[in-house]
Design a protein around this ligand. Structure first.
Ligand SMILES: Cc1cc2nc3c(=O)[nH]c(=O)nc-3n(C[C@H](O)[C@H](O)[C@H](O)COP(=O)(O)OP(=O)(O)OC[C@H]3O[C@@H](n4cnc5c(N)ncnc54)[C@H](O)[C@@H]3O)c2cc1C
Length: 313
């Protein structure tokens, strides 16, 4: 499986993939770029047996093609039962390229895999569950972030350096610069244990300050519906849903969001869902564990005040 990481920090999706991979066999992690030494303990904690470390600048300096080449070589050398990658923008592209290189079938947006390598996909915004199996080559399976709850189990995480000669063809798209995403003190949306999302009910971009205030009072990440991001009220990278991010926090708060199927697709596996909406008929109430029917401009300030009091007390 391909690790997603930031320097030596192992991303949560990597621990999810390891958890899933353990149910299928003995997981080997493929680590590109620096940081494997520092990440070893974390990978061991989630049961990695082996870590193939390709510590070369090629993987950071170019787009995804070198990673696909590396995986292609490892598939040829090690003959794994399957290759798991995160179904992130990058992971999906790696999966597609790897499938072509190895003449293998690929499953994307998988939310679970059984022992016989049957992948489960949740489609049409979660309305239908499909089971599929790859019948050609080495199954390549792109697993949706937050589809699996990570659980720890000790592994050896033996580091094994690997290197390949990346072809010139894989070096045609170079990374020329990187800009750190501004997100201040808030946790990353897909990794946060609490997410507070705002929708069209906020009425204007400046009213997202209210959502941010509520989020900050809880140490939460901020999300948004597509109606809100399309209106330019909040940046697109915070969109939750079918065409945005998938989140599965302990607590999801939907404020002024109607609960369209495409929005649900990105948040319906949240453990507890709390809703504020002035329309008692809004479909989001079907998912809600707690719901307040009311004007968000009255409810949310009271909520923030009450949270503040309890934190002080
Ligand atoms: C192919 C496709 C992909 C899509 N992908 C996504 C996606 O990834 N994510 C996504 O979110 N959407 C997605 N959509 C759009 C989706 O269909 C909805 O249009 C969108 O989710 C609606 O956003 P909303 O709930 O904020 O707005 P609305 O549906 O307009 O709902 C606003 C809600 O706010 C409530 N409200 C209004 N004022 C107040 C107030 N003062 N206090 C309390 N409540 C109030 C209203 O009662 C209403 O329920 C997609 C659509 C398509 C066709």
């Amino acid at each position: 499986m391909l690790a997603e990481h930031s320097g030596e920090t192992v991303k949560k999706v990597t621990t999810e993939l390891l958890t899933l991979a353990r149910s299928l066999g003995e997981p080997s992690v493929v680590w590109t770029g620096p940081g494997a030494e520092g990440a070893k303990d974390r990978l061991a904690e989630f049961g990695a047996a082996k870590v193939y470390v390709a510590d070369s600048a090629d993987y950071d300096d170019y787009l995804v093609a070198p990673k696909a080449e590396l995986l292609g070589q490892l598939v040829a050398d090690k003959a794994p039962a399957a290759v798991l990658v995160p179904a992130t923008a990058e992971g999906r592209e790696v999966a597609g390229r790897l499938a072509v290189k190895t003449s293998s079938g690929v499953l994307t947006d998988v939310v679970g895999v059984s022992g016989e390598l049957v992948g489960e996909q949740s489609i049409f915004g979660g309305a239908i569950t499909v089971q599929s199996r790859v019948t050609a080559g080495t199954p390549i399976i792109a697993v949706r972030p937050n589809a699996v709850s990570p659980s720890a189990a000790a592994g050896a995480a033996v580091l094994e350096p690997v290197s390949i000669a990346v072809t010139d063809a894989a070096k045609t798209a170079r990374v020329t610069g990187r800009v750190a995403q501004e997100r201040g003190e808030r946790p990353e949306l897909t990794e946060a244990s609490i997410v507070v999302s705002g929708g069209r009910g906020l009425g204007a971009g400046e009213n997202f300050a209210l959502i941010e205030q509520l989020a900050d009072s809880l140490g939460a990440a901020v999300g948004a519906s597509r109606a809100a991001t399309d209106a330019g009220w909040y940046p697109h990278q915070f969109q939750v849903g079918q065409t945005g991010k998938t989140v599965s926090p302990q607590l999801y708060m939907a404020i002024g969001i109607s609960g369209a199927i495409q929005h649900r697709a990105g948040m319906q596996t949240s453990k507890t869902i709390m809703v504020v909406n002035k329309d008692p008929e809004a479909p989001i109430f079907e998912l809600a564990d707690f719901g307040v029917v009311g004007d968000l401009f009255k409810v949310v300030p009271q909520l923030i005040e009450e949270i503040g009091k309890r934190q002080a007390g």
